[in-house]
Design a protein around this ligand. Structure first.
Ligand code: SAM
Ligand code: DTB
Ligand code: SF4
Length: 324
């Protein structure tokens, strides 16, 4: 049953259950709600890199940290479409374009993104964007251009948020998610572990996501990629068991959602990733770069899929979205 009334106590009990029991329960629900042979392959492309005005403590693209990321202008539409075609040829069915913006402020840039969205949609891929805050009107325009999903992460709990980002609020994030939902776009929202948060913060973030009026259609779980020059560069590597616990809990409380094993795969073995799939992850970001940091290559992932008997999920398999 899909529930939106989870309590913190219930989620805490699930999260703290013995690890193998937790994985077993998550795997059982995964079989009930999803095709466990399938993993959604989403390719990420940074269409506008670096120079961002925000202060997200984890982010290599924030202008205020000296991370060595080259600032690049918005890419040209034909270059983006060429990359999308390559991703499609490699078996990817979702294409996610990321921009290092607080929000889309400039109409000329917005019009270019609209062109990209139309182009990727015409390739028959699910098109996703992540560009910061959106107004209701922008969300509607993106939907009309064929945008399938929008990624906007809560990142952490409301309580911990202020320690990580001060240039916008948790409420701003929730407002954008609401605008995306109202426009009939599929919601992709999750977070990062390894930011220095407590277990209660992780549970708090999962509580917020699982008590939204409708669960996000996808929930990315990122392990912090510590980048030199950011305030979190010396954070401890995320323990694989923490990743598994987080994924399994998300699978149990949001069984119909795609749970994405996101940043951090480059540091994981195939065996560790297999544990995450077993715990209910059924989506990955593919391509040898995430936005600015390394990720396994298409060839490495193909090898992993063959080894584990997994296949890429087809595009547009989710239930049709209803307007909120
Ligand atoms: N600027 C837009 C925004 O912040 O919504 C879109 C791009 S932003 C880079 C997308 C997401 O990437 C962030 O919300 C965060 O969850 C994730 N991210 C950024 N840097 C990361 C890092 N070093 N490790 C893990 N995840 C990271
Ligand atoms: C998400 O949750 N993770 C992706 C995507 N959404 C945009 C981004 C991960 C970025 C990791 C750091 C980097 O490569 O710059
Ligand atoms: Fe900017 Fe997004 Fe990075 Fe924050 S996470 S600094 S908003 S690109």
């Amino acid at each position: 049953m899909i529930r939106n009334n989870w309590t913190i106590t219930e989620i805490t009990q699930i999260y703290n259950s013995p690890l193998l029991e937790l994985v077993y329960k998550a795997a059982t629900l995964h079989r009930e709600y999803q095709d466990t042979a399938e993993v959604q392959v989403c390719t990420l492309l940074s269409i506008k890199t670096g120079g961002c005005s925000e202060d997200c403590a984890y982010c290599p693209q924030a202008a205020r940290y000296n991370t060595g990321v080259d600032v690049q202008a918005l890419m040209k539409t034909d270059e983006v479409l060429e990359y999308a075609q390559k991703a499609k040829d490699a078996g990817s069915t979702r294409f996610c374009m990321g921009a290092a913006w607080r929000e889309v402020r400039n109409n000329r840039d917005f019009d270019r993104v609209i062109e990209m969205v139309k182009g990727v949609n015409e390739l028959g891929m699910e098109v996703c964007c992540t560009m910061g805050m959106l107004t209701e009107e922008q969300a509607k325009k993106l939907h009309d251009a064929g945008l399938y999903a929008y990624n906007h992460n809560l990142d952490t709990s409301e309580e911990h948020y202020g320690d990580i980002i001060t240039t916008r609020t948790y409420k701003d994030r929730l407002n954008t998610l609401d605008n995306v939902r109202k426009a009939g776009i599929s919601v992709c929202s999750g977070g990062i572990i390894g930011l220095g948060e407590t277990h209660e913060d992780r549970i708090g973030m999962l509580h917020t996501l699982s008590t939204l009026p409708k669960h996000p259609e996808s929930v990315p779980i990122n392990a912090l990629v510590p980048v030199a020059g950011t305030p979190l560069e010396h954070n401890k590597k995320v323990d694989i068991w923490d990743m598994v616990r987080m994924i399994a809990t998300a699978r149990i409380i949001m069984p119909a959602t795609m749970v994405r094993l996101s940043a951090g795969r480059n540091e994981m073995s195939i065996a560790e990733q297999a544990l995450c799939f077993m715990a209910g992850a059924n989506s990955i970001f593919a391509g040898d770069k995430l936005l600015t940091t390394p990720n396994p290559s298409f060839a490495d992932d193909l090898n992993m899929f063959n080894l584990l008997g997994l296949k890429p999920r087809e595009a547009f398999k989710g239930a049709p979205l209803e307007l909120a």
